[in-house]
Every structure is written in C-alpha cells, then in structure tokens.
Write a protein that binds this ligand. Structure first.
Ligand code: 13P
Length: 248
C-alpha cells in the first residue's frame, strides 16, 4: 500500500477546502493500493475532520509546537492536533527550515512532542542544490536524519515516515530522477540501519516529494524501496490529484 500525502502548504480557505473535499471524498474510491492523507492548514482541520468522517482518508497537519501548552502565542500543540482529528504531522519541511529558521534540534523536539501525543510524523529531509552539485547528498541526509531522530527508540520508528524532498526539486518543476530517488532511499535505509538495526532500515517508510505530477508519479512510485509520495502544488487541484492517485 503506497502512502500518498498531500501538503497543501498555506493554500485554501475553509470554504475552498470544503468545496475540494466534497468533490474529492465522493470521487475517491478507496482501494488496497493507496492510503491517502491530506495535510491542511490548521484553520481547515475541523471542517475536514467532519467531511472525512465516513472515509478512510486521513487528516494531517503541517506544523506542531514543541511545547505541551502555555504562554506560546501563535503555537498549536500536539494534544490540540490530536483532538482535531489529526493523525500525522509534517516536521522538518525545508520551507520551515529555511524560511522560519527551524534547526535540527528544534525538529528533534517537535518529533518527540508529536510522538508523545500519539501522532505520526512525516519527517522531511533533502539536500540543497549546492550539496547535490558537490556530491554531499549522503552527508547531508545522514546529518539531518541523525539529528532529527536522536534519542528515539527503535519501536517509535513505525510512527515515522521519512520524506525525501530534495530542496532543488520543490516547486521547481524539476523532479529527481528515478535513479536519484533510488540512491537517496538506499542512503536513508543505511543510516537507519547503522543507527538502529538492519530490520529498522528495511522497515522504515520512505516517500518522495518534489515536483510530482501526472507525468512522473508512476515512474517514481516504481522505484525500489519507495513507499509513497508527498505532493505539494499538484494536490491543490482535486482533479489532478485524483488522476495522480489513479496512476499508482
Ligand atoms: P511540490 O510538489 O509543489 O514541488 O512541493 C513538494 C513539497 O514540498 C511537498 O511537501
């Protein structure tokens, strides 16, 4: 079963998402090939939880506070997400690393906050163009994964999906090739094997994100060891997203 996850980023108001979901949920036919999760802006979670109630489509968030509760104006905690019907949360997206200066240490604390509240984690990692061009992809992925997963127990890895999202591929129209994805998958499995166990390396869920569309999704989903997709821009049009899901 492939995990197909939509990241809406900061797009759509509540009424726009309502329209999207009414169309999407009625046309999406659940099958044993895909598990679909929609990661929506906080303000759209309540309506989505309601509209997705009799479906197997899962709800995700795009951020979480490292704290439980208290004087943290503007933050949203894990328990708030859990009660809103959220099952998993994106952590470590390169947009948050770059535009909001989130450090690997903060990402590690956010992962622990998510796990503590029974939420699954979509941990995004990926190399920059400069790192790719200087053959530093392996080093970059290893560092990001090791910092993010520091202090976790092996049995917690079943709640973690690692999303390989090369920064140069996000929103650029330039997806990684099947060969590049296959290389990254091998690197990620090796890092998990080295830090946890051979079994953990084999079992960890790895998905790809970065300029996925109707033309490239089936090729990337056939890469050995890939367990799914994280779709940004192309998920915002329900017709396009449904077409992409149909190609898996
Ligand atoms: P695009 O699919 O728009 O390139 O975005 C990918 C992404 O960042 C998903 O998290």
């Amino acid at each position: 079963m492939k995990k197909i996850i939509a990241n809406f980023k900061m797009n759509q108001t509540q009424s726009e998402t309502k329209r999207y979901l009414m169309s999407f949920a009625s046309r999406f036919k659940q099958n044993d090939k895909v598990e679909v999760t929609l990661c929506l802006p906080f303000t759209n979670l309540a309506i989505a939880d309601l509209l997705l109630q009799n479906t197997q489509i899962k709800l995700g968030a795009q951020n979480i506070s490292e704290f439980d509760s208290g004087s943290y104006t503007g933050e949203v905690s894990g328990s708030m997400l859990k009660e809103a019907g959220v099952e998993m949360v994106i952590i470590g997206h390169s947009e948050r690393r770059q535009k909001f200066k989130e450090s690997n240490k903060l990402i590690n604390r956010k992962i622990k906050a998510a796990l503590k509240n029974g939420l699954g984690v979509i941990l995004c990692v990926g190399e920059s163009l400069a790192e790719k061009n200087t053959l530093k992809t392996l080093e970059s992925l290893r560092f990001q994964i090791e910092e993010a997963l520091k202090g976790l127990y092996e049995n917690e890895l079943e709640k973690i999906i690692i999303a390989y999202e090369p920064i140069w591929a996000i929103g650029t129209g330039k997806n990684a090739t099947a060969r590049e994805v296959e290389y990254a998958v091998k690197v990620i499995r090796k890092v998990i094997e080295d830090d946890f166990s051979a079994k953990a390396g084999k079992d960890i869920n790895i998905i790809y994100g970065g300029s996925l569309n109707v033309r490239n999704i089936s090729t990337i989903m056939r890469v050995k060891g890939i367990d799914g997709a994280l779709v940004g821009g192309a998920s915002l049009d329900e017709n396009v997203f449904l077409n992409m899901i149909g190609l898996i």
